[in-house]
Design a protein around this ligand. Structure first.
Ligand code: FAD
Length: 377
């Protein structure tokens, strides 16, 4: 099989790029290893920047049942700080969002092959083309390959580590008691605990998403057991315990993901167009990973359509995202230290509006988004 542009991975970055290229009349093939919609480990907080990109891609978030979010509350033990977000955000499960974007890519004319996993990528024809090998033994020859496999590295194309590599992510959907669901309405709540932090926010269909990251050694100290970790969480986060009082988990076990290279930004050009988490991995509390994924998709569509190479694209992308990824990673490292948690809470109790400053400082600057949106289509 041949394809001028081959996208590997149909998450937000890959599907976003497929929509943009297909809309611009480009022939594009996308391969996604999953045959149908999947839940993914994610806080499911959609920032204002991500909302803009999704609207441009033809995604009607409100039509999909996305929930408006305008407040953030931070808890450490019994201590609490709250502020309004400096923008209006949304919350929607990745199950619904990624599927909607992938379906949109199909409707826009992209060739989407589901249930195919790329197991290798190599240069072909003396370096002029690429060949991707799939798990069924077939291969695809392409002039350009866009790597959008998220946290999953392709063999031989592993990303270097980030600057915070010891965190494991978990996610579990819940149905809260009616009074607690009502109290959480419109808010994202963040709970700091020794060795990690938990996010709780409503998504569509009266479901609430609980997503957390925890240090590997904290999890090991609890026998690597979700039940033991969860019990210790409820003990150290009294407000979370109240929220989950009478709640029912939607699945028997949480989803989990390990070895997240937080702080990683792809600066080295290797010939592939790296998108989304393959290009940069920002700490989860910032709620900015999806906007980086969508920004990378927009830039890739623009640079590819204008005849630039992967090296030029990657340099521009890292310039756009590196400063806030670094700031978010520093803060994330601080938030996992007992002293950092105490100092952070004290500062926010005195000046809750600092939460808005932190929210701005750890996300893609609006001017970068405006520039990318203005330059394409
Ligand atoms: C704990 C946690 C919480 C987070 N919370 C938030 C949040 O609240 N808000 C936010 O904006 N961001 C958040 N993020 C970050 C966000 O989830 C990611 O940045 C975003 O999903 C990246 O999109 P992507 O398209 O690069 O990768 P993904 O969404 O992971 O998509 C990759 C796709 O590639 C497919 N794939 C993988 N390997 C192959 C292969 N070999 N062949 C074919 N297909 C393949 C996968 O099936 C998948 O569909 C969080 C991340 C974590 C870990």
């Amino acid at each position: 099989m041949t394809a001028p542009a081959l996208i590997i991975g149909g998450g937000l970055a890959g599907a976003g790029l497929a929509v943009s290229l297909a809309t611009a009349g480009r022939a594009v093939t996308l391969i996604e290893r999953e045959t149908r919609a999947q839940h993914k480990v994610c806080g499911e907080f959609i920032s204002a920047e991500a909302m803009l990109y999704l609207r441009d891609l033809g995604i009607d978030l409100d039509g999909l049942g996305a929930v408006p979010i305008d407040r953030v509350c931070l808890f450490a033990g019994e201590r609490r700080a709250a502020a309004y977000l400096p923008f209006s955000a949304r919350s929607l499960s990745r199950y619904a969002l990624d599927e909607a974007l992938l379906n949109r890519a199909v409707r826009c004319g992209a060739r989407v092959l589901r249930g195919h996993k790329a197991i290798g990528v190599e240069r072909d024809e003396g370096g002029r083309r690429w060949r991707a090998t799939l798990d069924d033994g077939t291969s695809v020859s392409a002039s350009e390959i866009f790597l959008a496999t998220g946290k999953h590295d392709l063999r031989g194309w592993k990303r270097p580590p980030g600057s915070q590599n010891d965190l494991i992510g978990f996610k579990l959907h819940w149905r809260l008691a009616a009074s607690q669901a009502q109290a959480l309405s419109g808010a994202v709540e963040l709970f700091l605990f020794p060795g990690g932090y938990v996010g709780l926010e409503p998504v569509e269909n009266d479901v609430v998403n609980l997503c957390l990251v925890v240090r590997r050694r904290t999890l090991f100290a609890r026998g690597q057991s979700w039940q033991t970790l969860f019990a210790s969480l409820l003990k150290s986060c009294p407000h979370l315990r109240r929220r989950l009082d009478g709640a029912q988990p939607c699945w028997p076990r949480p989803l989990a993901i390990g070895a997240i290279p937080y702080g990683f930004v792809q600066r080295r050009a290797d010939g592939l167009w790296r998108l989304g988490d393959q290009a940069a991995c920002t700490p989860s509390f910032s709620g900015d990973g999806m906007s980086i994924a969508l920004h990378s998709a927009r830039l890739a569509a623009q640079y590819f359509s204008q005849g630039y190479d992967a090296r030029t694209f990657q340099a521009r992308l890292s310039q756009d995202v590196a400063p806030q990824v670094q700031r978010a990673t520093l803060l994330s490292q601080m938030l996992l230290q007992p002293f950092g948690q105490k100092a952070g809470m004290t500062a926010l109790e005195w000046l809750p509006s600092l939460l808005s400053v932190v929210a701005q400082a750890t996300r893609l600057p609006q001017r970068r988004v405006d520039a990318a949106r203005a330059d394409f289509l």
